[in-house]
Design a protein around this ligand. Structure first.
Ligand code: SF4
Length: 248
């Protein structure tokens, strides 16, 4: 998808996001993840959100329920959102990787590359003004730089993500702040900047941005489904399971 292919209205973008969800739902690009996951954790929330959170990868509870940030870290995220006048249904929450790595191992470089297109298309269709990366992993990945979250948290910068320019605002991962009061205080202070960031106009979108690489074709062993088979499954998944999207 290039910038010129993105639908105009919020309703059209939401429908397009459902199609991306359905495609991810049937995705087998990472054979190990596809064979061990219980659910594809696509992301959930407002399909027209100004604020998007991006974490690393689903954990056991997320894999079980198919929804990101459902445990204690999710509760803390909701509490901090509430403190700045927002609720979960106002934002969209996703991960860089849509399937749980077995045993919570680190995602492999190829898995990250395989899944990058889904994340980029989410950003292109949701069109957030602000993206909060949660913790080191997502921050380093989106910035394509090794600088860690301790140095970067709480500082907004303009960044190209796929075909969009967004305000990137890295913050500590809520899971890291759960048992460390000092980190929680820092996270809370960073959250307090969010209303001002969201009140700013959307970053200007330059015409010259290169479109992202298209998703690789699904050729992994075991799926038996080429691109056509995936498309058919994707359509039926959309029709059969619209509520699983968790889109408000
Ligand atoms: S590319 Fe993403 S959705 Fe597809 S199998 Fe890999 S992690 Fe899952």
């Amino acid at each position: 998808m290039s910038a010129g292919d993105v639908p105009n209205t919020a309703a059209e973008r939401r429908e397009a996001l459902k199609r991306v969800y359905a495609e991810a739902h049937a995705c087998t690009l990472c054979p190990e993840l596809a064979s061990t996951r219980k659910n594809v954790v696509f992301g959930s929330g407002n399909a027209d959100a100004d604020l998007m959170f991006i974490g690393e990868a689903p954990g056991a509870s997320e894999d079980e329920q198919g929804v990101p940030f459902v445990g204690q870290a999710g509760k803390l995220l909701e509490k901090l959102l509430g403190e700045v006048g927002l609720q979960r249904s106002d934002v969209f929450i996703a991960n860089t990787l849509k399937c749980r790595p077995p045993g919570n191992r680190d995602p492999l470089p190829l898995e990250i590359e395989n899944c990058r297109s889904y994340l980029y298309r989410q950003v292109e269709l949701i069109q957030p003004k602000v993206i909060c990366t949660l913790g080191n992993f997502a921050t380093k990945l989106l910035r394509d730089d090794k600088t860690g979250i301790t140095r970067l948290h709480g500082q907004a910068e303009l960044l190209e993500v796929g075909c969009r320019v967004v305000r990137l605002f890295p913050i500590f991962h809520p899971a890291a702040a759960l048992y460390t009061p000092r980190m929680l205080q820092t996270l809370r202070e960073d959250f307090l900047q969010l209303p001002d960031l969201l009140a700013m106009p959307s970053p200007e979108q330059p015409e010259w941005l290169d479109p992202p690489e298209p998703a690789p074709e699904q050729t992994s062993a075991g799926s038996g489904a080429g691109p056509e088979g995936v498309a058919e499954e994707a359509v039926s998944a959309t029709e059969a399971e619209p509520d699983q999207l968790g889109l408000f």
